[in-house]
Design a protein around this ligand. Structure first.
Ligand SMILES: [Zn+2]
Length: 347
């Protein structure tokens, strides 16, 4: 907030003059010096965090101020404000890739491997979640994209805009070509021009940013141009609905991955966890690690006995084995060959 002047006179060239009778008024110095007369929360939000937020978004999503200039931030803001605080927090986390992928959990030491649990081929990053090549992951994304395009049809979106989204988003999400939504009639010239403008601008802003809710303002122009020459019913807040559908698609792709790993209810989650732990136990028994003699051998307990134990017990055992492997590695490597240990030297 701008500094408040309790007496006559401005603080600087940019500060407004504050009269004694206005000493309790609030002034903001951003984006220009002005008196806040309404929407106190918004005024505070802008003054306290707007600059930091813009620089964060620019850096995180490679969006310069020029690119953001023609992004429909009003639609994005209207969509986010329409959500409950809990839902908004959830959507915003996905938008900015604040999601606990295995690579992230592994960096924090909360998971043993950064590899994607679905394709088992690549490191699981937020970007990988959207292009994972596992057949189940591709199938899930294809279904979600289909639902997304169908929702745009119900908003009265022209077929050539839907066909464009289908083409661009299929490529962004690594989905094989979809056969629906083909343009069979010529596009009127004014609509064609606005469509090209919107595609060019969105190409600059980025299609992964489109899924985050950063849609070009020219899409609304293209939609309005298409409806200016027809009597078809127009959606009054089409841009907001487009942001909603795009952000939801993005969020659902992450939820689909979570469902694969954790299941859709507690019972499934427990079963999946048990299955995962058992596969780890099997793999350790198949290739038992070389442990220092101070630790019990893995095979000292037969596999069929080990598998009878509870999931929690097995989880603890796996963590112990992990620790024993690193300690054994240290003990076996730290002493040059032929050198006696203190114990051996003493006796
Ligand atoms: Zn994968």
């Amino acid at each position: 907030m701008a500094q408040l002047e309790w007496s006559n006179g401005a603080l600087s060239d940019f500060e407004p003059e504050v009269l004694p009778s206005e000493k309790w008024a609030l002034y903001s110095s951003f984006p220009t010096s002005h008196k806040i007369t309404e929407s106190l929360d918004t005024g505070f939000a802008y003054a306290m965090g707007y600059k930091a937020l813009i620089s964060f978004i620019e850096e995180k999503h490679s969006l310069s101020a020029k690119k953001l200039d023609k992004v429909n931030l009003f639609a994005l803001s209207a969509y986010l404000l329409s959500l409950s605080p809990f839902r908004r927090a959830s959507i915003v986390k996905t938008m900015h890739d604040w999601i606990p992928t295995y690579s992230y959990l592994c960096r924090q030491g909360r998971h043993y491997s950064p590899i994607c649990p679905r394709c088992l081929l690549e490191t699981e990053t937020p970007n990988h979640v959207r292009i994972c090549s596992a057949p189940a992951a591709i199938h899930g994304r294809k279904l979600l994209l289909d639902q997304y395009l169908a929702s745009l049809v119900s908003l009265g979106t022209p077929i050539y805009i839907i066909a464009t989204f289908k083409l661009k988003l299929s490529s962004t999400l690594g989905i094989p070509f979809l056969h629906k939504y083909k343009v069979t009639t010529p596009i009127p010239l004014p609509s064609y021009k606005t469509l090209i403008l919107a595609i060019c601008h969105q190409n600059i802003v980025g299609w992964s940013n489109f899924l985050r809710g950063y849609i070009s303002s020219f899409w609304e122009v293209a939609y309005n141009t298409a409806h200016s020459s027809t009597m078809e019913k127009k959606c009054s807040n089409w841009a907001v609905q487009l942001v909603l559908a795009s952000s939801e698609l993005y969020h659902k792709i992450w939820k689909d991955r979570n469902q694969f790993i954790h299941g859709s209810n507690r019972q499934e989650a427990r079963a999946k966890l048990r299955e995962h732990i058992l596969s780890q136990v099997h793999s350790i028994y198949k290739h038992p690690p070389k442990l220092h003699k101070r630790f019990p051998r893995v095979l000292s307990v037969p596999l069929h006995d080990r598998l009878k134990r509870s999931t929690l017990n097995l989880q603890c055992w796996l963590s112990r084995i992990d620790h024993q492997i690193s300690v054994s590695h240290f003990l076996l490597k730290s002493r040059p060959s032929g050198q006696l240990s203190l114990l051996q030297a003493a006796y």
